[in-house]
Design a protein. Structure first.
Length: 240
């Protein structure tokens, strides 16, 4: 997010498609937590009426700032939230693999999650005890999809080139972790609110247009509340 002269060098690395990328093993743990913090911080900035100002490197090249001085280059609250939304969109399928990394969401999501209970047969089917070694020998290396969907889990995610290997053995990408999923509850809640705000603005604009067409007669505005699932214009839908 740092737009100051020389600031790009201090930004977190990203994949070619724009996903924050910290390391190959379970990278989405960093993305989901960062996105949560960004949504909270954007609301704080909005409440304070202040933009985000980053540290300035006085010796940096200023040729790419469009003539702005370092003091002019800031990040507004709405920009912070918009960036957080791009990361959430990526996780839900707006990415080169067209894959949702939230299991159970959309038609294409990881089917071989690295998770013992999801990848082994149910007790009802096996009618017996499934030991640790048995689970490894019988199911870990099997190419079939998991018999159970671990709905709601956020897996480790793609590599630094936006590629994803949907295999249990590729545990750096397919392992599910609670600390991947938990932050997204707050993120999705905030983005649902954002959609409601956008719809209210659209309704207000429509009512104003109708008023002008009728020669300035009175009009009323009502908010019908958020929808579920949320559909943000031009992006994937967000689950509630």
């Amino acid at each position: 997010m740092n737009k100051n002269p020389g600031g790009a060098a201090r930004n977190a690395p990203r994949t070619p498609a724009g996903l924050i990328f910290i390391r190959p093993w379970n990278n989405l743990q960093y993305v989901t937590n960062a996105v949560f913090l960004l949504t909270v911080h954007s609301d704080l900035l909005a409440a304070l009426g202040e933009p985000l100002r980053c540290t300035v490197d006085e010796d940096a090249d200023t040729s790419d700032t469009g003539g702005e001085t370092a003091a002019d280059v800031v990040v507004r609250a709405e920009e912070v939230l918009a960036f957080a939304k791009t990361q959430a969109d990526y996780i839900l399928g707006t990415n080169p693999m067209e894959t949702s990394y939230l299991v159970g969401y959309s038609d294409k999501y990881p089917r071989r999650v690295h998770h013992r209970a999801a990848s082994t047969a149910s007790f009802a089917d096996e009618k017996g005890f499934i030991g640790c070694a048995q689970g490894f020998d019988s199911w870990y290396s099997a190419g079939e999809e998991n018999p159970h969907d671990l709905v709601g889990a956020v897996v480790g995610g793609p590599d630094g080139e936006d590629r994803f290997n949907d295999q249990r053995g590729a545990y750096m990408q397919t392992e599910a972790c609670t600390y991947n999923t938990a932050p997204m509850v707050g993120v999705f809640s905030r983005l649902m609110e954002l959609d409601a705000e956008e719809r209210l603005r659209e309704q207000r604009d429509l009512e104003l247009t109708k008023m002008e067409e009728k020669g300035g007669k009175g009009f009323s505005i009502t908010d019908t509340g958020p929808r579920s699932p949320v559909s943000l214009r031009g992006t994937a839908k967000f689950p509630c």
